[in-house]
Design a protein around this ligand. Structure first.
Ligand code: Z5A
Length: 219
């Protein structure tokens, strides 16, 4: 990552954890820290090709998609996202905030679908060896609560949202394993709390990160 001048932040969590809600707070905190023109993006998606694959991945019509095909599709979208958006922005010194990245593959494909961490790690090593986020905010929510919140939005149900609770419990456990393995990169936010409290915790984490980044640039 040393050749890339910007800072790469990812936001992770189960559905209804409040990732989308907190992006606004992250933008405010970065503006307060005088970070110029941060780039906000998402996965699956982030490029025209990636957004097309997102449509396929979320479409409930593809009920028979096997875990391997699903994993390869999220990494195909990611390869293009890195090539077209993330790496050029970081190389230009911009901060990049992505709503989900590879930790989501460890959680959903590795944990939820049962592929296991080793097979996801093999794809990670192939698509972006030696490249990882500088900081990952994990909005940790009880799967039942997250599901209730997501349902409260009254939108249609996508292919992932059709899954049983056990799928999301396995995804959450995989997220926890990732965070335990890399405590320096992860900031865990208890997202079971009211929205205002979650936003404050996110704001504090981003403000601290910006301060640390400024200090390291000075020395
Ligand atoms: N996926 C994958 O399998 N593998 C991969 O590698 C990647 C992704 C990258 C789409 O992701 C799917 O892609 C995802 C995993 C898979 N499927 N699932 N599940 P997505 O991120 O686009 O979609 P999502 O996870 O379904 O996101 P979401 O439902 O939009 O969740 P959110 O962004 O975390 O929640 P929100 O929209 O901010 O909040 C939901 C509602 O709750 C909303 O009405 C808020 O006002 C409310 N809310 C938020 N926070 C609170 C609190 N604290 N209290 C009360 N109410 C709240």
């Amino acid at each position: 990552m040393k050749d890339l001048l910007g800072c790469f932040i990812t936001v992770e969590g189960l559905e209804g954890a409040g990732k989308t809600t907190c992006l606004e707070t992250i933008a405010e905190a970065l503006a307060e820290a005088a970070v110029p023109e941060p780039l906000f993006t998402r996965e699956p998606g982030g490029t025209p090709f990636g957004e097309a694959l997102r449509g396929v991945l979320l479409d409930p019509a593809h009920t028979g998609l096997c875990p391997e095909a699903e994993a390869l599709t999220v990494f195909a979208a990611r390869a293009q996202h890195l090539h077209e958006v993330i790496r050029p922005a970081l190389a230009a010194g911009r901060w990049v905030v992505s709503d989900r990245f590879t930790d989501a593959s460890f959680a959903y494909q590795g944990g939820g679908r049962g592929l296991g961490a080793e097979r996801v790690a093999a794809l990670e090593a192939w698509v972006h060896p030696g490249f990882a986020p500088d900081c990952t905010l994990l909005l940790d929510v009880d799967p039942k609560l997250g599901r209730e919140r997501a349902a409260g939005r009254g939108e249609g149900i996508d292919r992932f949202e059709q899954e049983q609770l056990t799928f999301f419990q396995a995804a959450r456990a995989a997220y926890h394993r990732r965070a335990e393995a890399e405590p320096g990169r992860f900031r865990i936010v208890d997202a079971n709390r009211p929205e205002g409290e979650v936003r404050e915790a996110v704001r504090a984490a981003i403000t601290r990160l910006a301060e640390e980044h400024n200090r390291s640039e000075r020395y």
